[in-house]
Design a protein around this ligand. Structure first.
Ligand code: FE
Ligand code: FE
Ligand code: FE
Length: 172
């Protein structure tokens, strides 16, 4: 009806930036609920510690997003991210299916890396858009979080190689 009678308001990059910011704000808050469960489930002390460390970092990332909303002139708001719902659902499935099993930690590390990669793609995009939209301070905040997500991914890669998979094999 609307399409016939009037032209649609053009959607600009600023609107896309806002929508994507809401998406990642939802995702980070979802991740905050998931990380303690993963820390509790992990067998390896190192993996537990990595999840606990990243939970602390994630709290700071939520604060950074709130600062970005402020710079953008909007109130912090979440919009359901179907991707993180799916990725965390898979993680929950691993936790249930591999409970008490030697391969549990390998599965948890892999599930966490799927989350980090989703975040890396989002923060890389948002950082670039913030630059395009003339918000260098917002871009710097998003870049700081991007670095943390990349460091977490790298830490999980070495854990998966040096501890997790070896422990899984040794337990057989
Ligand atoms: Fe994060
Ligand atoms: Fe999303
Ligand atoms: Fe993360």
């Amino acid at each position: 009806m609307e399409e016939i009678t009037m032209a649609k308001k053009p959607k600009l990059l600023s609107e896309l930036f806002h929508d994507t910011l809401k998406d990642v704000y939802f995702a980070e808050n979802r991740i905050l609920k998931t990380l303690p469960k993963m820390a509790k489930a992990a067998h390896s002390k190192e993996l537990k510690a990595a999840f606990v460390k990243h939970e602390k970092e994630t709290r700071g990332q939520v604060k950074r997003l709130e600062q970005v909303f402020k710079i953008f002139g909007k109130k912090p708001q979440a919009k359901k991210c179907e991707a993180i719902m799916g990725i965390t659902k898979e993680g929950a499935g691993i936790m249930a299916d591999y409970k008490g099993m030697p391969a549990l930690d390998a599965g948890l590390a892999a599930a966490a890396q799927a989350v980090e990669h989703y975040e890396m793609s989002r923060y890389g995009t948002l950082r670039t858009w913030a630059q395009e939209l003339g918000m260098p301070d917002a871009a710097a905040l998003l870049e700081a979080t991007l670095k943390e997500e990349k460091a977490t991914d790298a830490a999980l890669t070495s854990l998966a190689k040096s501890v997790v998979n070896v422990e899984a094999e040794a337990a057989l």
